[in-house]
Ligand binder design. Structure first.
Ligand SMILES: Nc1ncnc2c1ncn2[C@@H]1O[C@H](COP(=O)(O)OP(=O)(O)O)[C@@H](O)[C@H]1O
Ligand SMILES: Cc1cn([C@H]2C[C@H](O)[C@@H](COP(=O)(O)OP(=O)(O)O)O2)c(=O)[nH]c1=O
Length: 348
């Protein structure tokens, strides 16, 4: 099931929950769950099992109101125990109850969340659609920021300083208390390793672009999960690499940039911020000249074209362009300031 289908099914269940709430009392664990349901527009009768004295009282409350119950505890172990006990108490008072809503939501949401309090955040995130996560934040309740995930991409031609910068950002953000995950493309996973290993030789640029994109499609699912977990994911290269490199005429074979963009749009997620480390191709080559072996991409004319294409993409997709010749510490400070600005603009 893709995320679009998942969202449609979750919304259908929430609609059902809204309708049922006319003559049911919804039993949740605590205040955060209740607030999440309120934010989702479920305004009817909600009883908090734990805050309001446990399963016995919850069952008595439902029975005293002559209503039916919907048991909607979390789908983790503790939620399961509370649900079971509440069922027992309701049964002993001959009160009717619904456990299907919880089972269906658990089935649909457990890949991403385990509690009712995160439901509205999940719906919000999935609503951003196939273009992906617009901003990765975790549930923030009562003005308390629990976790702040984000997806940051660093782009630039070979030798621009991307991997050095990723290391500095990781260190600085970690020391400020953020949880950080540095990753890169091509990945070191199954498809990325095939690309990196150079086992497939002599294939067309088109086939190569599809491999880079397939690697990204798998990687993107992983990135989305990391952001959901609240990590700041820093990715060394993302979709702009494929567009810039594969459209820049390596050995005279340039692919159509619009084809590359539309191909990638179908599998990527939108980063919160993409930074382009911009550098003159001669200077970048002089930086990497001492590497043991230069790759097929590392030639002046080609990298110069790649750089131009990067600048075009930066304009089109609103990348933050930074002069890669500045000090790495200052570059990192600018990026961290921008990230904090992004966090401060979030809705909750
Ligand atoms: N801002 C900078 N100023 C001077 N040298 C740098 C800077 N950033 C990186 N370098 C050096 O340039 C080389 C290439 O950097 P690297 O991070 O490996 O680039 P990339 O990952 O973009 O290929 C390394 O030797 C690194 O120490
Ligand atoms: C991700 C990606 C990388 N590449 C190229 C750029 C790099 O020259 C090469 C390997 O990437 P990388 O290991 O990031 O090289 P470097 O650290 O020198 O920047 O793969 C593409 O051509 N298309 C892509 O989509």
């Amino acid at each position: 099931m893709n995320d679009e289908e998942r969202l449609a099914e979750i919304e259908a269940i929430l609609e059902e929950l809204k309708e049922l709430s006319a003559d049911h009392i919804i039993l949740v664990e605590g205040i955060k769950d209740k607030k999440a349901l309120r934010r989702l527009g479920i305004n009817r009768h909600i009883f908090m099992i734990q805050a309001e004295a446990g399963p016995i009282k919850a069952a008595e409350y439902v029975s005293a109101h002559g209503k039916k119950a919907i048991i909607l505890t979390d789908w983790d172990h503790k939620g399961g125990v509370i649900a079971h006990e509440t069922e027992r108490q309701l049964a002993s008072l001959d009160s009717a109850y619904n456990t299907e809503i919880r089972a269906k939501l658990s089935h649909l949401c457990k890949k991403y969340i385990k509690d009712v309090e995160s439901l509205d955040t999940l719906v919000e995130r999935l609503s951003f659609g196939t273009s992906g996560i617009k901003s990765g934040y975790d549930t923030v309740t009562d003005g308390e920021s629990l976790k702040a995930g984000a997806f940051l991409v660093i782009e630039g031609i070979d030798g621009a300083g991307k991997s050095t910068l990723c290391g500095i950002l990781e260190e600085r953000l970690t020391s400020e208390g953020y949880s950080v995950k540095v990753t890169q493309e091509p990945t070191h996973d199954e498809i990325g390793s095939v690309i990196r290993g150079g086992k497939i030789k002599g294939i067309s640029q088109k086939a190569e672009a599809l491999l880079f994109t397939a690697d990204r499609a798998v990687h993107t699912q992983q990135i989305i999960e990391w952001v959901f977990e609240g990590l700041i994911v820093i990715c060394d290269r993302y979709f702009a690499s494929t567009v810039a490199y594969q459209s820049s005429g390596l050995n005279g074979e340039a692919l159509d940039r619009e084809w590359l963009i539309s191909l990638n749009k179908q599998i990527m997620t939108t980063p919160d911020l993409t930074v382009l480390l911009d550098i003159d191709a001669k200077k970048s080559l002089s930086r990497i000249g001492d590497r043991d072996e230069l790759s097929k991409y590392e030639q002046f004319e080609y990298l110069d074209n790649v750089r131009r294409e990067y600048l075009r993409l930066a304009d089109e997709f609103d990348f933050m362009v930074i002069d890669a010749e500045g000090s790495q510490a200052e570059i990192a400070s600018k990026i961290i300031a921008e990230l904090k600005e992004i966090f401060s603009r979030r809705r909750f």
